[in-house]
Design a protein. Structure first.
Length: 150
């Protein structure tokens, strides 16, 4: 393999191997602490999986749902993959990037929580957290059965 040096489009030096796939600043995989997660932690990945499993990244009124990728080392060991924020936002934790299934189920599940907040109010949902969690879990399991073949 011959290596050449060149500047990438931002003027930084990067190495490149002879078949053009060896850019060091690659964006096709996660690096460092996040290298263990197979899905690349970027919006493109999320949108692609949402499209595949027919999850609209919009609420019932057609307003876009904000997505935040939590690139926080401390979140790697969190026991959940996502969280819903009352302000129409879904936070995706690193473990959501484990597989397409994890990503799809997380998006679907957290969207249900956004809807619960909207329909019942944040206080009521949080005061009855377990009931709403169980409802979201059950809906998520049923939904996955209908789309997992995609
Ligand atoms: Zn939940």
């Amino acid at each position: 393999m011959s290596r050449t040096y060149h500047r990438d489009s931002r003027g930084r030096f990067a190495t490149q191997d002879s078949n053009n796939n060896g850019l060091m600043q690659r964006k096709d995989k996660n690096t460092g602490e996040f290298a263990r997660f197979p899905l690349v932690m970027q919006m493109k990945t999320i949108k692609k999986i949402a499209r595949k499993y027919k999850i609209a990244l919009k609420d019932e009124d057609g307003k876009p749902i904000k997505i935040k990728i939590v690139r926080d080392k401390g979140a790697i060991s969190a026991p959940f993959t996502g969280r819903a924020d009352i302000k129409n936002r879904i936070d995706l934790l690193p473990r959501a990037f484990t597989s397409e299934e994890d990503m799809a189920r997380t998006l679907y599940h957290e969207k249900l929580h956004l809807r619960q907040y909207k329909e019942h109010g944040q206080a009521y949902v949080q005061n009855n957290r377990q009931w709403f969690e169980d409802a979201a879990d059950k809906a998520e399991v049923d939904w996955w059965e209908t789309v997992k073949h995609l």
